[in-house]
Design a protein around this ligand. Structure first.
Ligand SMILES: C[C@H](O)[C@@H](O)CC(=O)C(=O)O
Ligand SMILES: [Mg+2]
Length: 446
């Protein structure tokens, strides 16, 4: 297949799923999320009609604002040539993030960065489909020099230079094939969050842990941070349900001040969490470092990243020794290019990357990024495990597959993010059938 074609149009959809009805996805800060996607289709002038699909994730209200921000990128996207993008994806990323007026809205953070993520991810989807490869394989087949080109090195070179990154990638290049064969045979290790949402009753946690064990999971995440006594009870329920040898992680979704975080996590230490995730504000680098110093003696690490707004913040978290697990998010960072930047930084600092995937479409994305990380960047599975949440996969044409607690390496061309046309129509907000029905049954629902 060829790299011919230019982007001729961009369609943006506000798609929302009423996950708050069952409290799927709930946590101490986000009590009632409706998993949502600002979803992009990049049309081309190719004779085969190939289009690039991409999304960025939100939890409901405000998804329309992200959709509007994506529309504001339109002049930067129309006319882009696929061949140019494939030749220099890094240059295209700089073009998309470098508009002298739009940049004021970030820079490289917030709604405009989420919007850029959807477009960048759609460009990678288009490229991968055009060469008939799943994204991970497209990335794995790039040379070290091509991988270095895709990163915007501005603001990073005090921690990692392009030359150092090139050397790291070249060192692992001769053994890529061995790791690729291993992933094809076994998949990439996954953990489940689906058993531990904050709104779930104890019995549901217990039942879902049992199901998770049946499905081969060895790591389970529990939401904490709303009420200390409840947390201890629920953590004991989960520990009891998963047994002494499986791992448990806890996630506070930014609920605490630094001292409270250390104290609260200490009171849960008897349940032996592997990490405390998002203990405090995602912008508080020194706070994370202080929490890490406070809980590491208990054998508990600090994880964060799902709200880490860009590669610069990740750089500082790593430089400050503030995290033990780096949780890239495929859509909070501005798509594949910036994710790769953070994978390289994390490898330099010897910090395992355990991507965030609690949201619609994020599991579909992160499987590619984790597989690429292992084969080309980190070369290790040590301490690495990628999140899986078992919600909404039925809406994708080629959903991710998790078997025996591992992501099965995807084979479909692209990024696995294309939504089924019917799901797109019925879940479009506010006029899709699902939302009309909900309003008819509960007129005050927004
Ligand atoms: C609102 C989301 O469901 C959030 O709770 C996800 C998350 O923190 C995670 O998956 O980790
Ligand atoms: Mg989290």
């Amino acid at each position: 297949m060829s790299l011919s074609g230019r982007i001729t149009d961009i369609h943006v959809h506000d798609v929302r799923f009423p996950t708050s009805l069952a409290l799927d996805g709930s946590d101490a800060m986000n009590a009632d999320p409706d998993y949502s996607a600002a979803y992009v289709v990049l049309e081309t002038d190719r004779t085969d009609g190939l289009a690039g699909h991409g999304l960025t994730f939100t939890i409901g209200r405000g998804n329309d604002i992200v959709a509007a921000a994506i529309a504001s990128l339109r002049p930067l996207v129309i006319g882009l040539s696929l061949a140019d993008f494939a030749a220099t994806p890094g240059a295209t990323w700089k073009h998309l993030t470098g508009d002298s007026q739009l940049r004021w809205l970030g820079p490289e953070k917030g709604v405009i960065h989420l919007a850029t993520a959807a477009v960048v991810n759609a460009l990678w989807d288009l490229w991968a489909k055009a060469v008939d490869k799943p994204l991970w394989k497209l990335l794995v087949d790039l040379s070290p020099a091509q991988i270095v080109e895709m990163v915007d090195w501005r603001y990073l070179t005090d921690a990692l230079t392009p030359d150092e990154a090139l050397a790291m990638l070249e060192k692992l290049a001769p053994t890529r094939a061995t790791r690729e064969a291993e992933i094809l045979a076994r998949g990439y290790p996954a953990y489940t969050t689906s058993a531990g949402w904050l709104g779930y009753e104890d019995e549901k946690i217990r039942r879902l842990c049992a199901e998770g064990i049946e499905q081969g999971f060895t790591h389970f995440k529990l939401k904490v941070g709303a009420d200390r006594a409840d947390d201890l009870r629920r953590a004991r329920v989960m520990r009891d349900a998963i047994g002494p040898d499986r791992a448990m992680m806890i996630d506070a979704n930014q609920r605490w001040d630094v001292d409270v975080a250390i104290d609260w996590v200490t009171s849960l230490a008897e349940c032996r969490p592997l990490w405390i995730e998002e203990p405090t504000s995602p912008d508080d680098i020194l706070g994370h470092a202080a929490i890490a110093r406070g809980v590491r003696p208990l054998g508990i690490g600090v994880a964060t990243g799902e709200h880490c707004q860009n590669r610069v913040m990740f750089k500082q978290l790593l430089q400050a020794d503030a995290i033990d697990f780096c949780q890239i998010d495929s859509c909070r960072l501005a798509g594949v290019n910036e994710v790769v930047a953070v994978l390289l930084l994390a490898a330099k600092f010897n910090t395992p990357v355990c991507p965030h995937a609690g949201g619609v479409g994020l599991c579909e994305y992160v499987q590619h990024e984790s597989i690429f990380d292992y084969i080309c960047v980190s070369g290790s599975l040590d301490g690495r495990i990628t999140e899986f949440v078992d919600h909404l996969h039925e809406h994708f044409v080629d959903p991710c597959v998790v078997r025996d607690g591992h992501y099965v390496a995807p084979t479909a061309p692209g990024t696995n993010i294309t939504l089924k046309p019917e799901s797109l129509t019925t879940h479009t907000f506010p006029d899709g059938q699902v939302w009309r029905d909900l309003r008819a049954n509960a007129p005050l629902r927004s």
